[in-house]
Ligand binder design. Sequence first.
Ligand code: PLP
Length: 323
Amino acid sequence: MTVTLDDIRKAEARIAGHVRQTPLLQDAVLSARLGQAVVLKQEYRQTTGAFKLRGATNALLSLPPDARARGVITASTGNHGRALAHAARAEGIRAVICLSRLVPGNKVQAIQALGAEVRIIGQSQDDAMAEVARAVQAEGLTEIAPFDDAAVIAGQGTLALELLAQRPDLATLLVPLSGGGLAAGVAVAAKALRPDIRVIGISMQQGAAMAASLAAGHPVEVAELPSLADSLGGGIGLHNRLTFALCRRLLDSVILLSEPEIAAAMRHIHATTGDWVEGAAAVGVAALLAGHLPAPDGPVAALLTGANVSPETTARVLAGELV
Ligand SMILES: *Cc1c(COP(=O)(O)O)cnc(C)c1O
């Protein structure tokens, strides 16, 4: 089982009218510095504040009627849970969201406000995932996994179709990388349409499970540590079915960033767009600002994936404090 361009095109048709098309903005400072157009895909303006609504909506709309009637469950570092809650409410489906204690309070409240049942379990994404497995057996709920799910990956891939329609000449895509659902979907779509395009996955140095797994050649566990890019935390699952293989096959490289590099990018994006994005969303710009891609060979797009950042964090980043 894998995900194809055809799956992503069908997802695009299925979720049309349920998700927003988001703007693309040229970054004048980075374009001048790198001698190539640098564009920012403002996907943090998506409903629920992150691209996750694409995958969650596609997965829900693909469910058979009996599964819709019983309800859905997921473990999430926040944005997937929020997206699933929103999409489930729109469809009148019961949603249960399992979170670890590391998830920021603003994200928990946002999910509860969307009418979902929240269960806070343990200290890590793995603990929350164990509760999902239990409830699938005991309560008959259907798991909608945050990244390792074909319908979710296909939904996230619609972001690349939209981006390449807006800007067909892109040579490099900078994609925040956690479980790899976004990177896998984007890479499948982008490389099917433009075989020469480069897709680069970007994570934080601390606790990047997919990067460690790609380096090891198989899924591995890493210690979960606090990061400005909290949406990129969590394991990829030791029994990963789809995203590890897709990322290994399709990502051209992986870049890892320090916390100060991520903070600097959040400030740069605020200065450029007027918006605060979350650390996870800033990693593409961080890689460019920090000189990890000194001489791109064509136009570059950074995917600004989410804006669900707490006021406390933005205040500390603005003040130049490290978190
Ligand atoms: C989930 C998320 C990512 C990473 O997506 P994966 O599919 O898990 O790799 C990046 N940015 C934001 C804001 C997210 O919520």
